[in-house]
Ligand binder design. Structure first.
Ligand SMILES: Cc1ncc(C[n+]2csc(CCOP(=O)(O)OP(=O)(O)O)c2C)c(N)n1
Ligand SMILES: [Mg+2]
Length: 311
């Protein structure tokens, strides 16, 4: 399976998982889907039949609220059964809303933001000390970079010249409740360079650019690498793109679900079959207009107040 196909399936599974569970974070899943697709199709070394293989690259999805994207990748790559994805968020399921290390192929539980890079850096150092050749990867959100531990880890990785450590920042300028520039915006590339990292900036939805950056992490000064991936939260579905609403809202029955599925179908790569709605959904018209949402009891209070103020 190529990375485009995998990224599409991550998005499609993400829609189904959040729809069935009434779970959250579809915007974050869509934002990181291409990064995950390239990592799992082209970059990471793993053996799905032997998830604990010692030579595997270590991977941490530090923005663990997008766990559905990781579970979907693991299902498509053979670590777990596709059917199990339907249990996401259910009581008793090992596919908890945020990432669980009980799932084969997962090295570290995440969801409490800010910790993934520290663990990834520790593993990179351990690899060097033990003479092992695996690499250590972490994917972080840009809002997550407000956590101080990220920068302690950045300093640590620089000090130990961890050139086997690769971080990817999903740089979508949104957090859970607002844009980063209304919260605490990190001037991403300059900050990481200041911390002594090898910095690359790419379009985080361009697979070729992602692949190119992820395969050229070597640098003469043996710095750790960060790839600042410019992304759009909600990427792939017009009315979700760049709208903070879809951090918590799931695609509801009716036009939200149907239009989401149909927009994904319009961009379905050759060779992929939709496991849930192979022929798409009955056409529906988005209601209301993109950006103007009807307040409902399922909305987060912040959005509700925003809508009330707008009236
Ligand atoms: C330590 C911690 N604080 C707060 C939260 C609640 N929370 C979940 S997602 C999120 C926003 C994260 O934004 P970002 O890292 O930019 O991720 P995105 O969804 O935009 O990819 C927050 C604050 C959390 N999970 N962990
Ligand atoms: Mg963000």
């Amino acid at each position: 399976m190529n990375s485009e196909q995998l990224a599409w399936l991550i998005r499609r599974h993400g829609v189904e998982m959040t729809h069935l569970s009434h779970g959250s974070h579809i915007g974050a899943i869509f934002s990181v889907a291409d990064i995950m697709g390239v990592l799992y199709a082209d970059i990471l070394r793993y053996d799905a039949r032997d998830p604990a293989w010692d030579g595997r690259d270590r991977f941490i999805l530090s923005k663990g609220h997008a766990g559905a994207a990781l579970y979907a990748a693991l299902a498509e790559c053979g670590f777990i059964d596709r059917e199990e994805l339907k249990t996401h968020y259910c009581n008793g399921s090992r596919l908890s809303g945020h990432v669980s290390h009980l799932v084969p192929g997962v090295d570290f539980s995440t969801g409490s933001l800010g910790h993934g890079l520290a663990v990834a850096a520790g593993r990179a150092l351990a690899a060097k000390q033990d003479g092992k050749s695996f690499r250590s990867f972490a994917v972080l959100g840009d809002g997550e970079c407000n956590e101080g531990e990220v920068w302690e880890s950045a300093e640590f990785a620089n000090h130990f010249r961890l050139d086997n450590l690769i971080a990817v920042i999903d740089y979508n300028h949104l957090q859970s409740l607002d844009f980063c520039n209304n919260t605490l915006e990190v001037e991403m590339a300059r900050r990481w360079a200041g911390f002594g990292w090898h910095v690359m900036e790419v379009d985080g939805h361009d697979h070729r650019a992602l692949r190119e950056a992820l395969t050229h992490t070597d640098n003469p000064e043996h710095k750790p690498t960060v790839i600042v991936a410019h992304t759009v939260k909600g990427k792939g579905v017009s009315f979700m793109e760049n709208d903070v609403l879809w951090h918590y809202r799931f695609p509801h029955d009716g036009w939200e679900y149907n239009c989401t599925v149909n927009e994904l179908h319009a961009a379905m790569p050759a060779g992929v079959t939709d496991p849930y709605t192979p022929d798409g959904c009955p056409e529906m018209v988005p209601q209301p207009e993109p950006g103007k949402h009807v307040a409902s009891e399922t909305y987060h209070p912040t959005f509700y107040h925003r809508e009330v103020e707008q009236q």
